[in-house]
Design a protein around this ligand. Structure first.
Ligand SMILES: Nc1ncnc2c1ncn2[C@@H]1O[C@H](COP(=O)(O)OP(=O)(O)OP(=O)(O)O)[C@@H](O)[C@H]1O
Ligand SMILES: [Mg+2]
Length: 362
């Protein structure tokens, strides 16, 4: 599932976040995927606020530095959109021919997307027959304003790149989880549901500086997605207030001396974060109460906070694990890459890894 993709040549995953620009390039070999190159270039505070670019030149130059640091040769990039830049809807449609489906979906989209169709890029993917009614198809529809995509295309061009693929952060999480064997890739579309095997419901949750991307899977079936603004910045701001520091200083304290932070401050942040996650999960359970989420797989920079898995597990009552793309995606020993640092940073690289995987789409 992606908004569009042109051609099958090499591709770099380019993730423009509120805290940094990240690039990842992968290679596919006989034994699976390998990391070819990566870089994370921090963005000064205010360059990207939530998911809006405020300092265009700042982003262009960070992209340039990231490409140079990583030593990526390809000019073709896959980017992710998320938050309020995109509308993702799960809908049900009676079974019909693919071409009729296209017309019907465009018609449906007009009902719930508050823009003219010709202002939008629209894409859809048939997930499979509905569990409740096998005569109906579950379909995920993605709509994004053309203006948003065109703006990214122009930005990339300024950085000397070509926009080759637009994906959604929430879908990259599923792709990575599958590739690293964290979720079943059993094809329930063709095999149908077998209730007797019981559900296996996982929430993939990416927490960045300002944005939480959430994807809930029932086995391999994409069932629910939601983005909302909340992230690591809330703890940075609490540190700023508590210790009277500037943003950059507080950020450094959080990254380098986490264990010295006031325990009440950190505990309070984990409480709030757990409530944020539970609130999103309530939107999910309103429609899928029969399949409660059993496990959370965490990624994003916030997943690197020491003790976060236990802290969230204690507060949500769910099993919480970190999503580590490496070393299932191998780190070549002779590529000049610092394997230990990459392993540690792994959860933070999930979105750009998922974007880089688009290079190998059929
Ligand atoms: N080792 C660490 N310890 C604690 N916090 C960390 C660590 N590494 C990163 N973070 C926090 O994670 C956040 C950045 O995560 P990430 O790189 O996933 O965000 P982003 O993709 O730039 O932002 P967004 O996705 O919200 O646009 C920041 O709040 C940062 O302080
Ligand atoms: Mg991010």
């Amino acid at each position: 599932m992606r908004l569009f993709h042109t051609g099958r040549d090499s591709l770099v995953g380019l993730d423009i976040g509120a805290s940094s620009v990240k690039v990842v390039e992968l290679q596919r070999g006989r034994h699976g995927y390998r990391l070819r190159a990566y870089a994370v270039v921090p963005l000064p505070q205010g360059t990207v606020i939530e998911n809006a670019i405020h300092d265009r030149q700042g982003v262009v130059s960070a992209i340039g530095s990231a490409m140079e640091q990583a030593g990526v040769k390809t000019k073709r990039a896959a980017i992710a959109i998320s938050g309020n830049a995109v509308i993702v809807k799960m809908i049900l449609m009676p079974k019909m021919h693919e071409l009729d489906l296209e017309d019907q979906i465009a018609y449906e989209a007009e009902q719930y997307v508050p823009f003219d169709l010709d202002e939008l890029y629209l894409d859809f993917h048939v997930l499979g027959p509905s569990r409740k009614d096998p005569e109906q198809l579950e379909i995920v529809v993605v709509a994004c304003k053309r203006e948003v995509v065109d703006d990214y295309r122009a930005l990339l061009e300024e950085a000397g790149l070509e926009l080759a693929c637009v994906d959604c952060s929430v879908f990259t999480l599923k792709n990575v989880a599958e590739v690293i064997g964290e979720v079943s890739s059993e094809d329930i579309y063709h095999q149908g549901w077998s209730e007797r095997d019981g559900p296996q419901t996982v929430a993939l949750v990416n927490i960045g500086a300002s944005l939480i991307n959430m994807t809930v899977l029932i086995r391999d079936r994409l069932t629910f997605v939601r983005d909302h603004f909340y992230g690591g910045n809330q703890l940075t701001e609490a540190i700023q207030k508590h210790y009277g520091l500037g943003f950059e200083q507080a950020e450094r304290m959080k990254m380098e001396r986490f264990s010295e932070l006031d325990a009440g401050l950190v505990g309070g942040y984990f409480d709030e974060l757990a409530s944020e996650l539970m609130r999103s999960l309530e939107f999910y359970s309103a429609y899928h109460s029969k399949f409660p989420v059993e496990r959370i797989l965490l990624s994003g920079g916030v997943a690197l906070m020491p003790g976060i898995a236990d802290a969230l597990s204690g507060r949500t009552g769910m099993q919480v694990d970190l999503m580590h793309p490496f070393p299932t995606i191998a780190i070549p020993p002779h590529g000049g890459l610092d394997a230990q640092a990459i392993m540690q940073a792994g959860p933070r690289l999930v979105v750009p890894v998922g974007l880089a995987l688009r290079a190998f789409d059929p």
